[in-house]
Design a protein around this ligand. Structure first.
Ligand code: GTB
Length: 211
């Protein structure tokens, strides 16, 4: 049964690959599963047909026949569970990889989103000049901890896993912000993710739509 994902009809990032369909495309490319994409407008995302598969009216979604999913964590986990290549066989290594997926989404991504929101949504507010350094320092705390964990390793826990896919995807959001460059091993970690052939195919596919 064909896998269909949804993505922005036109991503506001103009093809930088920062919208969250890229991580789903990447996961599908890693496990060698073909997929189709249904492009949706901002308006269509809020209409009943889309709300039936995504209660919050967002992208991406995943459909296969009658089955549908939303939330990139759940989608990437489902892909990784059903196909080989993204989760180790050893049950303990497997749950550690899943732990890193949660860590990416629950511990690192919120600090990155807080910075993005402070700059993009509150940049013109009178308190932003005072608040921004606090938000940046909270993110630095997380990046420093992550950097200490990775050290000189290539990946978070042995071989590349869905945990790395999610962590690299999350960190890509701050690649151009400068703050990531304060942690050279994290910059190198993100570059290793971007160098994977599966990532390159995913990036090219979204660029073909948004570039
Ligand atoms: N927790 C959900 C998940 O992981 O699936 C979050 C999904 C989400 O935020 N989707 C966004 C969306 O549909 C697109 S990815 N937004 C439309 C809406 O809420 O109405 C977030 C995103 C958007 C744009 C950029 N960009 O332009 O750089 C980057 C990331």
């Amino acid at each position: 049964m064909t896998i269909i994902i949804t993505a922005f009809e036109r991503s506001p990032d103009g093809g930088k690959g920062l919208a969250r369909d890229t991580r789903v495309r990447w996961a599908l490319e890693e496990v060698g599963q073909p997929y189709e994409v249904r492009l949706v407008s901002f308006q269509a995302m809020k209409e009943p047909a889309h709300l039936a598969i995504h209660p919050f009216g967002q992208i991406p979604t995943f459909e296969q026949g009658d089955f549908s999913l939303f939330e990139t964590g759940a989608i990437v986990f489902h892909i990784a569970e059903r196909h080989t290549g993204l989760l180790p066989d050893d049950p303990y290594a497997r749950v550690r990889a899943v732990t890193w997926m949660f860590a990416a989404l629950n511990t690192v991504e919120p600090a990155i989103l807080e910075l993005a929101n402070t700059k993009l949504l509150e940049g013109d507010k009178p308190w932003t000049a005072e608040r921004l350094p606090l938000v940046e320092d909270r993110l630095r705390t997380r990046l420093k901890q992550l950097s200490a964990h990775i050290g000189s390793a290539d990946w978070l826990d042995g071989r590349f896993s869905a945990g790395d896919l999610m962590m690299v995807s999350v960190l890509l959001r701050i690649k151009s912000a400068g703050i990531l460059n304060e942690y050279p091993n994290l910059t190198a970690y993100v570059a290793r993710g971007e160098a994977r052939p599966a990532y390159k195919r995913a990036f090219a596919a979204q660029l073909a739509v948004n570039g």
